[in-house]
Design a binder for this molecule. Sequence first.
Ligand code: UTP
Length: 309
Amino acid sequence: MGTRVTKAVIPAAGLGTRFLPATKATPKEMLPVVDKPAIQYVVEEAARAGLTDVLVVTGRNKASLEDHFDRAYELEDKLEGDEGKREMLDRVRDSTDLASMHFVRQHDPRGLGHAVACAAPHVGREPFAVMLGDDLIDERDDLLPQMIDVQAQRGGCVLALMEVPPEQISLYGCASVEATDEDDVVRVSGLVEKPAMDEAPSNLALIGRYVLSPEIFDALAETPPGRGGEIQVTDAIARLTDPSVAGGPVHGVIFRGRRYDTGDKADYLRSIVQIAADRVDLGPEFRAWLAEFVAARLPLGDPDQPLKP
Ligand code: UTP
């Protein structure tokens, strides 16, 4: 079949308005999830899936992103001189040895589709993965390797889909689908960005993993601003569902594993609690504390003196 996917694009140039003021000087992809920035989990996932080249699309606060994946010589020197800090040194170095890291600037945040288009010169004419830096997939539930396999067998584009309750579909891109001969692999016949609940063609939501054919760049070039005045990648992929357009077919892999959304305050809090509770090193103590905390706060009600936002 065609070229195997080796490149990942991580768009991280959004304004992160739901997280202001934390995101005033820091991209939301750099917010810590326990002890690593969210984007590091995503780069680790790319490396586990065999991708060797990662391009991060950065915005106005790019410095911390570039620094995080670069060597930190002074820090490493200090840790190296101290026998007891060996483990910390390894953890610091882990973030630099994951993949060949590249950065490109999206000067104006004109939407996710526009951010993906900024990757065109780096990606060239081969299929590639797009991974949203605030959307985490649990490392115990592989998704990307399956998507890459489906793309290798069927060509075109492969999207990650997840069933969501009907009242939540208006937060996502939504797919119309037809069954294939494989369980959990569907043919995508249409896509609509953030539909109203009563207009949604299904309860299958697009989550932040895509394997795209290079024809997406041609489709993006012809895609006018859509919802919210932004150039939507969903609108460009929708063009490729038309069998007369090159770059398809479009398939979806239905994901039933654990996903953590860190782009929204409440989901971010849930993600941190879930990930910390499952960690071998922190989990046992943290779960015991959490159980006590929850027991003390039930029945639900306002704490005596609620904190200000
Ligand atoms: P979101 O809509 O979740 O990010 O975009 P946002 O716009 O930063 O967040 P809010 O709504 O203002 O809080 C999904 C992904 O696309 C990237 C974001 O960084 C995020 O990872 N993105 C979005 C870009 O890279 N460029 C854009 O112009 C828009």
